[in-house]
Design a protein around this ligand. Structure first.
Ligand SMILES: Nc1ncnc2c1ncn2[C@@H]1O[C@H](COP(=O)(O)OP(=O)(O)OP(=O)(O)O)[C@@H](O)[C@H]1O
Length: 316
């Protein structure tokens, strides 16, 4: 669905040096980026501010022409065949609107139907389904300018789906939304990917979006790919330890546990946080604990996704 190889984009920026002199400098926003996304995948494209995410997205959607490299989306060169691509993909920019500000939401959708020449029956059924799932019915006749951010974002997502795209590209779709709106949108997108098989590529700073939606992550920093893989694999790679939290029936000291590298004791010896390596199974640690004390409750804690991504950035 997406093929990117040695993709590069440079910008020339002019900065003032001293009182009269200006200096031209080339900024390489995307520097030999490569990755592929297969049909049906949901991939998170993450990186710190200025990493090159939006620039990549703009090249994938044909808004920006690459300085060099290879890019194909749905088999076409986005910059050369932008119009054709627009009929096959949906794009949502959290910070920019594709809706007509003064028109009711319904009229914006109608206009987009005409732009994309969506057959009336397809349009009606897609609109009905999206509006129901995203609970937008009560707002269809409200001018876009009067919608809350959460309502508008749901509107943006509907607008991007009216022509039934194979791929949906989202740049910061949950930015500024409250927790409930975020959750509703994530649920909708997860269903879209699972039930419809729509491919998703999204950039976000909210790693809960990734946890909820994207089994795979492509991490970029300073224009280059730092890591690309399944979230679980990246977790195992950069965070080679997990924590077993055990609550004992009675306070006890635990000694000689297999694979346990460090421990922290709380509640006067009742709760133990045992950090163990991935070479050991949780079952082995648990049975060694159970041989020494009576266990009341336990949980295995994986490192948080924020921690995984922070460690990936730090590797640089
Ligand atoms: N039109 C432009 N002209 C000059 N420099 C630009 C332009 N667009 C982006 N850049 C620079 O390219 C780099 C990458 O920017 P980009 O917007 O792609 O990052 P990002 O990962 O999307 O960041 P953020 O998370 O802050 O949105 C930055 O250093 C930015 O200043």
């Amino acid at each position: 669905m997406i093929e990117v190889r040695e993709l590069r984009r440079e910008f020339t920026v002019t900065t003032k040096v001293g009182r009269f002199r200006r200096e031209r400098r080339v900024v390489r926003a995307v520097d030999d980026v490569g990755f592929e996304v297969a049909a049906g995948e949901a991939v998170g494209y993450v990186g710190p501010n200025g990493a090159g995410k939006s620039t990549t997205i703009k090249m994938l959607t044909g808004i920006l022409v690459p300085t060099s490299g290879f890019v194909r989306v749905c088999g076409v060169d986005p910059a050369r065949r932008r119009r054709e691509l627009a009929r096959r993909i949906g794009v949502v920019f959290g910070q920019r609107s594709q809706l007509w500000w003064d028109l009711p939401l319904r009229d914006s959708f109608e206009l987009l139907r005409a732009v994309y020449r969506v057959p009336k029956a397809d349009y009606a059924s897609r609109l009905r389904e999206c509006v129901d799932l995203l609970d937008l019915g009560p707002f269809l006749d409200t001018p876009v300018r009067q919608l809350s951010l959460g309502q508008r974002m749901r509107g943006e997502v509907v607008a991007s789906l009216l022509h039934g795209p194979e791929l949906l590209v989202l740049d910061e779709p949950t930015i500024g939304l409250d927790l409930e709106s975020k959750e509703r949108l994530r649920e909708f997108l997860a269903d879209l990917n699972r039930e419809r098989g729509t491919t998703l590529l999204l950039t976000t700073h909210d790693l809960d979006d990734i946890e909820r939606l994207c089994p795979r992550l492509v991490v970029i920093d300073r224009g280059t790919v730092l890591a690309d893989g399944a979230l679980d694999e990246l977790r195992a790679e950069v965070a080679p330890e997990r924590v077993l939290v055990v609550d004992l029936e009675k306070p006890a000291e635990l000694v000689g546990l297999p694979g346990v590298r460090s421990s922290r004791v709380e509640s006067n010896g009742l709760r133990h946080h045992l950090t163990f390596s991935r070479d050991t199974t949780a079952a082995k640690v648990i049975s060694a604990v159970a041989a020494q004390a009576e266990v009341h409750d336990l949980a295995v804690v994986e490192p948080e996704i924020d921690d995984v991504v922070r460690r990936l950035y730090a590797r640089r």
